[in-house]
Write a protein that binds this ligand. Sequence first.
Ligand SMILES: Nc1ncnc2c1ncn2[C@@H]1O[C@H](COP(=O)(O)OP(=O)(O)O)[C@@H](O)[C@H]1O
Ligand SMILES: [Mg+2]
Length: 456
Amino acid sequence: MAKNSTIFVCSECGATSPRWLGRCPSCGKFNTLAEEVVTPEPQKTAAKKSVYSLPVAKPLKDIGYERYDRVSSGIDEFDNVLGGGIVSGSLILLGGDPGIGKSTILTQIAANLSKAHKVLYFSAEESCSQVKMRTERLKLECSDMLIMNGTCIDNLEAELDGVQYCVIDSIQAVYTDDLSSSSGSVGQVRECATKLMRLAKSRNITFFIIGHVTKEGALAGPKVLEHIMDTVLYFEGENQENYRILRSVKNRFGNVSEVGVFEMTGEGIIPVKDYSGIFLSESRGEEAGCTVTPARTGNRCMNVEIQTLITKSGFGQPRRMSLGVDYNKLTLLLAVLEKRCGMYFSSQDVYVNVMGGIKLNEPSTDLALCAALASSYLDRPIDRYTAVFGEVGLTGEVRAVQYAEKRVQECVKMGFKRVLLPAKNLKSVGKYADKISIVPILYLGTMIKNLFPKEG
Ligand SMILES: Nc1ncnc2c1ncn2[C@@H]1O[C@H](COP(=O)(O)OP(=O)(O)O)[C@@H](O)[C@H]1O
Ligand SMILES: [Mg+2]
């Protein structure tokens, strides 16, 4: 058989080159050429053609149903995020920052599955004894689990006989001999993932693939990887914090709105069932600069505390730093507060932090962030039993948000006494009026007046 040759293809314009070049000669973009295998066209003979039945078009009514068998991973929260369990023969990508606990959670799942299935843990990053030490530290019973150490994915196939579940740790550390580029490069990552996909579909093996995240937050070995996968999960959280959130961004077998909350402990990763209140501090309400907002993660709502700090800037250029909130959103809201409410931040450093390492990216947190910033600016604390939510427009108007009812329900459950929300959401939450004081807000300025009434 002729040896596969390789070419370099530009990921921007598709131009090809026999050699690697720093700059694409066709579109002029830098660093876009990635190596790809050219498979020689198989000779199509008349005999070969007759063996395979060609795909034909059929009307929808003649199509039967496929049933997906789901198997529990042994961790309820993980099953929920997958849409009810692991579908056999699927490719599941787990992305996350280094040290977040990807290897830990997948070792736990592999150990659970190994009680009834044949499971292989292919570790390219750690030695077999390191994996064994981890299973012992986590007190897992999995003496039958197969462990393999190696970096060449081509060696994997021979070991897959009878294997039903396989963990690849990680896709950036493995390589295939078909390409000469080093592991972790775009070409390698894509080619290895494609090989795994073929194995998954042809031999009905479920692959859990660990992927690292780049500084920008995307899965390294860019989006190409996400297209190949059936399910893409992200493990989020700040390394120093104990809480982790598992989020699904793509799922061919379920919806992507479920999230799982986990706690990182010495005994591994434990699902957190009742997480109301874990993202709130004990001392809230005593110091200025903090508010609580009912944020939506997946199908559930939870109250999350936003903390802000404003200090006098020591340099000409004031600093803005935000953890858990988009930086651009922060600067935008500062500009709105300045223009519409007369709060001047140009000589102030502004710091924002969201408790528990949670990332808030809903527009409904705008109003709470404004409230926290105003509280810090005026140096007046907000009552600890007050929650705030709503979207803020550039004109300072407060817009309606989705799931107002669920948010208010969560505030009632958590014992909050007052909630400030968009006036346009008032109708849907009327039934809670006897349980919590509902304050409708039409403009940003109204909220400021409400939260910080003139003294005296
Ligand atoms: N020997 C150990 N004892 C206690 N905790 C450990 C030990 N080794 C790792 N950890 C914890 O596990 C985390 C790393 O988990 P790991 O699953 O290896 O992360 P990832 O695979 O996402 O890089 C570390 O942040 C650390 O908190
Ligand atoms: Mg790891």
